[in-house]
Design a protein around this ligand. Sequence first.
Ligand code: PEP
Length: 251
Amino acid sequence: MRQLLVAGNWKLNGSLELVFALLSGISDRLSEVGNTEVAVCPPFIYLEHARRQLQGLEIALGAQDCSDQQQGAYTGEVSAAMIRELGCKYIIVGHSERRHLYSESDATVAMKFERVRESDLIPILCVGETLEERESGHTEMVISRQLDAVLKRSGVGGFRHAVIAYEPVWAIGTGKTATPVQAQQVHAFIRGRLEAQDKEIAAHLRILYGGSVKPDNARELLQENDIDGGLIGGAALKAEDFVAIAAAGDA
Ligand code: PEP
């Protein structure tokens, strides 16, 4: 059985005060969550603060991105190895905001994925199509292209300790959620592609759904066979909503 994972992507939000309050709110309600693993991904600058506040709690820590380089003259970059030192377990790579707003190519995302693995952390690889791509019938082609770049660099073995997040770009921060059927179709497609290369890896791989997940739509999404949790943006900034989503996984 795959343990569900609900991870909060806080994006460029927060202040020391908000980090403290949000983590306190989540930890105070954690007993509402059963078997689902809970993770939070605050901005880099708050990771150390979060690490200290989360000590002894069953909440994993993740970063939202990392450099595609390990070290050297790359001003402003943060490496996966540095993130590891801050007690993180996960690093999100290839979020659509990175791909679209910062022009990250599939090859760059694949390199970041590999850097995360080299640091013994778990990449959360985001894939997903735009509305235009979906409407022109190219969803599977886009997802395949995004997956193939990583498969080419890391091989199917790279997915033994990795998580994929399917995040249709048209559903991120828009209030539009993919229906459970739409999401399940793409999740099954992703698992199928990996299964063709390694059945065991595909069977254990957690595939999260992301895109306007809220407490009132989480349960039906998380009940689908190939949906193994959620990557949560907006709703992750409200402790009550975030915990309710994580708790929905156990229902
Ligand atoms: C995200 O950015 O990863 C995300 C899923 O955002 P939201 O939940 O706000 O759509």
